[in-house]
Design a protein around this ligand. Sequence first.
Ligand code: ADP
Ligand code: ZN
Length: 640
Amino acid sequence: MTEPGRDILKEVFGYAQFRGPQQDIIAHVVAGGDALVLMPTGGGKSLCYQIPAIARQRAGLGVAIVVSPLIALMHDQVGALHEAGVDAAFLNSTLSFDESSALEKRLLRGDITLLYAAPERVTTPRFLAQLDSLQERGLLSLFAIDEAHCVSQWGHDFRPEYRALTVLHERYPGVPRLALTATADALTRADIVERLQLEDARQFVSSFDRPNIRYTIVEKKEATQQLLRFIQREHEGDAGIVYCQSRKKVEDIAQKLCDAGISALPYHAGLDAKVRQMNQDKFLRSDGIVMVATIAFGMGIDKPDVRFVAHLDMPKNIEGYYQETGRAGRDGLPANAWMGYGLQDVVNQRRMIDESPAGDDFKQVMRGKLDALLGLAEATDCRRGRLLSYFGEELISRERGDADGAPEGEGSRYFCGNCDNCLAPPAVWDGTDAARKLLSTIYRVQQVTGIGFGAGHIMDIVRGKRTEKVAQFGHESLSTFGVGAAYSELQLRGVLRQLIAISAVAVDGQAFNTLQLTSASRAVLKGEVSVRLRESVLGDGARPARGSKVAGTRPGGSAKPAPINLDDEAQERYARLKAWRAEVAREHNLPAYVIFHDATLAAIAQRDPRSLEDLQGISGMGAKKLQAYGEEVLRVSCSG
Ligand code: ADP
Ligand code: ZN
């Protein structure tokens, strides 16, 4: 066999080509090697263990065990495999006693290709005894450890149960193990290797670029309105995720979106488990739901047609931001990652670190990570370039093309052409003078009054506003009163944000968020460090994603256009196919995309098939699906 797994890729999944490193990984694992796979969300990790599992089962090597933390999603993952004709099952607490006993019998016969189970289940004595029995008969084909970053406290989803998985290596040294994650930073990676004893495993690190995702970061001002405009203008009727920091805000924003006529649902850990599951199911199973959520939502959500991910509050670090935004556009079609950020975010995140009970070393790491994210938010150059270099990728500069007004003579800077800064390079201004005025004011106020003040009051003094508070403390007599009258509040806010970001100003969370000078303030005050800022532009900052239609021109309101350009008749076939798919999905109690992706339906509509042969070779049409649905698809497609 020259290319292990290619036949399975075609026959079972209906795909013509491997993506990125899939082929090498699959060959390595089919041959019995251990592997650590780092691939961005949507990169195609599942096939990296599913195809080896099928290949090894066909070779008589028995059952692959898939360790996954996501009990709530196992049903759909296994359902997708069934649709493709693969013998898969899951073992978790939702099964009845009879169901689990029946499953255990099948397992012991080695009759299952892939068995999904949570780590706490895998490491029970009972389950290990069953694995022992399989192993003795050579029927344990492979272990896949999904979401492997859960083993590390540096990853953001630490699950202590993952630590117990070392038993797999110790007890079954001859069985290949494959750990997979979308979390790429060096610290987490090293931790995974150590904790799971993968020292001898081959590492496959893919590019983390997600070229179809457009990154936009805007300054927050009436954030809810900005978000609404962004969704209404660009994502009418689309599925999306809006991340907020607190449960209360989740509920509040979900309500506001609903009031504006957007189908939004809340999701956070404080909701009843049943409600949470119901909302998640609705998001997965219906079209065009916007999930407003805390970061409790999203791991393992493999819905391919999430068209946007929005952050209304800044995440803790770039890893989190990248993982969350990565949930957009898994199908490879244009998608948006939009974030609103402001002074308050910087203040909050800093304070959360300062006040956390963690040790100083840990805090230091967290501060460094936050700084990198602030750097991204303040950046005036390519966002993608920043992200990729953060993950240690070498940047291969691209053609600048005819980007709207990209400045000449900066060819050395990375240019992706699909982020806000590349599409419309922001104006930059020198904020050094404003920074010095702010710092001197913080200093003088403290000196004169003996107490610190918050950002609002400091800016009022610099701008020379005679507020009640200014009068109360006699601050109009300060020498810096009104020295920055020429600056707008927005400009000063931008300067302060950056000063906090570079630790030249500290925020005292114990004392009403008052501002304090730090050891780093001196250099700025003395003019040794210059502060260059992006010009504040308020708005939603968004531009129509590549290839997307301008909202409002869609005929028939919520009827979404196909992912490829179709003529009118094909568009009708596409609509009929989607309606048919929705019915099948309901009958099977599975999300629609598990039956066929939008892209597959669009390709069928375009081809206008008249026979089963015409359906062959359409991406996503595997042998089982052709057999199960081929006739129906022909009937529906031709019934216009
Ligand atoms: P990940 O787990 O890495 O986030 P998935 O395994 O869910 O990503 O894959 C993302 C999407 O890409 C899925 O819808 C999958 O069917 C599709 N996909 C994966 N590999 C291929 C391929 N070689 N050709 C076409 N589509 C693929
Ligand atoms: Zn860019």
